[in-house]
Structures are given as C-alpha cells and as structure tokens.
Design a protein around this ligand. Structure first.
Ligand code: NAP
Length: 262
C-alpha cells in the first residue's frame, strides 16, 4: 500500500532506537525525507546510515537533546518546514513508592515527555496550516490512559500531552493537520533490552525469562512483548494521506493488556 507521503519532510525526535527508530524506518520506506534527532551521535549516525541503505530515502541525523531550547533550535533549523512531526523519548524510570518521587524528578520528566512535544507542536503547526497539510504523532505510553504506580512519571505527563493534543487537534483539523497519539504497552526496544538484561544478570536468569515473568504477572493476552517496528508501521499510517479524517485519537498498542469499554 502506498501511503502517499513520498517527498514529505518529517522530523522524528528520539529516532535512533526503539519505536522512534521503527517510525523512521517506516516513514523512509514510504519515501519521506526524514530528519532524526537523538543525543548519542554514534547510534544515531549508524541508524540513519542503515535506514538510508535499506530504503534509499534521505535520512539526516541531527545530534540534539530535544528537551532543551538549543536542541530544538538545531532540529528546527535542519528541517524548518516539516509536514510530519513524530516525537518520543526513552521510557522514564519506573517508580516505586509514589511518596519517594521528588519535585526534581517531576521537572526533569516534564521537560522531555510533555513540554518538548508541546513546544515542537507550537513551532510547526502554523506552517502546516498554511501549507494545508500536516501530520503529528506522539509516541507516549499506555499508562496515559491506564494509570499504575510503576508508571507515575511516564503516565501522568503523557495524560497531559494527550489532553493537549486532542484540544489542539480540534482547532486545526479543518486545515488537514491531523494530530494523534500512539500509546504503547511493552515492546522489545533498546530501553527494554537494557532494563531486562540488567534484571537477568541480577537474578541469574535470561532476558527472555525476565520478559516472560512480566508477561505472566501482567497477564498480557498476546503472551509476549511487541516489536518496535509494529509501532513504526502504525505511526506511518497515522502520518499518511489516508489519515485525512483521523484526529485526536490515541491508539493503544499493547497486546491486549488493558481493558476499556471496547
Ligand atoms: N519499550 C516499552 O516497552 C515501552 C512501554 C511503554 C511505553 N513506552 C514509551 O515508548 C516511547 C519510546 O520508548 P522506547 O522503548 O522505544 O525508547 P528507547 O528504546 O530508549 O529509545 C529512545 C530514543 O529516544 C532518544 N532520546 C531519548 N531522550 C532524548 C532526548 N532528550 N532528545 C533526543 N532524543 C532522545 C534515544 O536516543 P539517545 O538516548 O541517544 O538520545 C533513543 O533514540 C517512550 O515514550 C516510552 O515511555 C515504551
């Protein structure tokens, strides 16, 4: 299926690994011209080179921290008029006792999970409106809709992000600027690989055994974690020509872990 975005300019913030990288790959496969940010240069440059080799698309690395003013300036000067904006980051640390969370923990997480995507939207939406075409997707977390103590620092700021995006989506939908969110569950990404490898070392088990423990404890109906590329494919669809009547939605991709009223 041709998603109709060949030649569209895309910024993907947080795209050197995990679901951000899966999104870069899916957009590049569709012929978008992608500008990818991450803080670590080596992993970013090699991800962009690999994706260019595989897809033939133009994929440009921008080494920057998207939660800072300087980082945002650098990203937006590399791609001042994006048609597509995708944003994500590493999962915030899981939280134990809610009383142990400090104000500094909140501030650091709010910068990267909420204020950065909000500032990117503010900087890019007017141009999309003028050009009569825009797609924005935030890759946030299922915990935005399904709160749980271990995800307080991840879920609460993303609930605010989802609320904000829905409010803004209603203002700009008539200009063919569509804003949606993807809310993932548990997926094999760089962050999860590091976390579960460390757990396996600590417990004398394997990565896969630790994953299966989580799958059992949280009763994931699919019986496994998802892959980063599964999410990337949906991001590309939400950024496609076909998404011209889809806005203010937050799609949960979690193997069935959560329950809602359908
Ligand atoms: N993986 C899961 O199972 C899971 C579960 C629920 C929700 N999520 C959510 O899904 C999203 C993606 O998670 P993931 O597991 O794919 O993460 P990941 O594998 O750790 O990848 C995160 C990417 O973002 C980049 N990044 C992080 N902070 C950045 C910053 N300030 N500026 C620029 N780039 C930055 C990282 O590169 P650098 O470190 O080099 O900057 C990397 O490319 C997050 O919102 C997370 O909360 C993930």
């Amino acid at each position: 299926m041709d998603l109709g975005i060949r030649g569209r300019k895309a910024i993907v913030n947080g795209g050197s690994a995990g679901m951000g990288r899966g999104s870069v790959l899916a957009l590049a496969r569709e012929g978008a011209e992608v500008y990818v940010s991450a803080r670590g240069e080596e992993r970013l440059v090699s991800a962009c080179e690999e994706i260019t080799r595989e897809t033939g698309a133009s994929v440009t690395p921008v080494v920057a921290d998207h939660s800072t003013d300087e980082g945002r300036e650098k990203i937006l000067s590399a791609c001042p008029e994006p048609d597509i904006l995708v944003g994500t980051c590493a999962p915030p640390e899981t939280t134990g006792d809610y009383r142990a969370i400090t104000v500094d923990d909140w501030k650091a997480n709010l910068d990267v999970t909420l204020l950065s995507p909000v500032q990117f939207m503010q900087a890019t939406i007017d141009g999309m409106v003028e050009r009569g075409w825009g797609r924005i997707v935030n890759i946030a977390t299922g915990a935005a809709k399904y709160p749980t103590q271990i995800r307080i620092l991840s879920g609460a700021p993303r609930a605010a992000l989802v609320n904000y995006t829905v409010a803004v989506s209603k203002i700009v939908a008539k200009h063919n600027v569509m804003i949606n969110n993807i809310l993932p569950g548990m997926h094999h990404t760089a962050a999860i690989h590091d976390r579960y490898t460390a757990l396996a070392e600590q417990n004398g088990t394997t990565y896969e055994e630790e994953v299966q423990k989580f799958v059992k404890a949280w009763r994931i109906p699919a019986g496994k974690f998802g892959d980063a590329d599964d999410v990337g494919a949906f991001v590309a669809l939400f950024c496609s020509e076909y998404a011209n009547f889809l806005t203010g939605q937050s799609l949960v991709i979690d193997g069935g872990i959560t329950n809602s009223t359908f």
